[in-house]
Design a protein around this ligand. Sequence first.
Ligand SMILES: [Zn+2]
Length: 537
Amino acid sequence: MKIIKYKRPLFYLFLFPIILAFSFESVFKSITLPRFFNLTENLLFAILIVLFSFLITGIKYKKLFLTASVIVFNLCLLFETLYYYLFDNFLSASAIFVVLESNSNEIKEFLSVHFDRYALILVTVFFLNIIYISFKKRKYFNAFFEFSVNRFLIFELLLMLYFVLKLTTLIVYNVPYILIKAPVSYYQEMKKFKNYGKENKIGNFTNVKHNTKGKELYVIVLGESTSKRHFNLYNNYYRETTPLLNSIKDDLFVFNNVISAHTYTIGALSKALTLGNYENPEAKYNGTIIQLFNQANFQTYWISNQRPVGMMDTHITKIGLGAGKSFFLNTKHTSENTNLDDELIKKMREILLIKEDKKIIFLHMLGTHLSYKNRFPANQNYFKDMPKTKFNTEKAYKIINDYDNAIRYNDKLLKQIIDIIKAENKTSYVLYFSDHGQEVFDDIDFSGHTIDEKITKSMYEIPMFLWVSDKYKSKNNLKINIDNKYMTDDMFHSIADISNVTSDQIDSTRSIFNEKFKERKRIIKDTIDFDFFFNRH
Ligand SMILES: [Zn+2]
């Protein structure tokens, strides 16, 4: 009899959300082994809550505990299922870490694109269940009060359950556990950031040398989410997305074979701009490219159109703050009001007026980041016809057109930057590369980039080019092979090399601009050989 009485409460309080979450995953996503582990963990988690409630004495406290834990349980399941659905990745402490590091605009924009009606239905059903439970609360919870138990036995069972979760490592699927762990590891990571930023402007470089004479002016343009595939400078795209760069193509070194080390900003740039690379990721704390130039007596400038502070300071902001002067032009909250990247150019013009012998300027663009339609002025809406794609939906057409228009506007700005630097008539270069690529209905029915999940070739392949001034050419004998295979986690060495800055830490065989450059395997996601993986697929 007792068992029957328990059935209904147990079903609605715990089993229903578990079944709902798992069914949703099976219908809309592929079910892999980790999803079964997660299912098991959810069942054990439910048992843990039920057992624990038996330990609590006093009806009032028991009620309070049950109410809180049932709500938390339901919300956890909703959260992890939504996360899996939207990001195609299971929730982990490091996933939350990246979310904490990403600025809230970026997350908002991601959600505005990917949060669809199925996600909405899931949220609604979960909330309806919570409302239903709260109506039936008295009746359901009473079932838990009538049971007399051997507390010692329950305690032992609980202990056992905990060890099962821990030893099988199923606990890594537990949302409360993840939520507690994430801020702890975040805090530990933030402590290491003390090596950067305002606190430390020179890093740990030894034997830094820069022995050139005359005025130098170098500009590094960090693009954002710009796909090589849609970048017409490579003669690979049917639309003229880069007409102005095409017009000066003969003056550019256009690198044909460059990929990013990750498919998201923080991952890719925290390696590109520091000593860290895939062989030694922790070396990113040993020094940034800005610290190096500070030590080489350059005036360093960081101008960013990306919002500096998300929920917390991001890694890239920290790197930028190490510059002699840093400017964050974009402090707006909503994606609609975000500055266009021409603001970067206005600021750069001001900085060029300051008379200094050696100057390096980093421009961090918003580039062609989601939401694409906000990345170009309304009057530059050039591509309106039906794009070529195998994904024939109005949504895909619209997004591809917005993206291509964003690239075309980006082209205009890049050309403008080169023209301005050229007019300065100094020993100069302008180096451009995108932080990572972007999938825009090229291979899969998706637009955007991920956090190294659901990867496609377009998310890694990036445009990169170099322009050098005549004075630069006369002083440097460049021998560049634009077809070399390159991954941007070694960009640090390349930038130092082309600027004639040396130190014990700089390895010219890692510089794509150096004739001693050695190709190496391009390993993504810790173990995957990019060239092998995508040639096979
Ligand atoms: Zn990015």
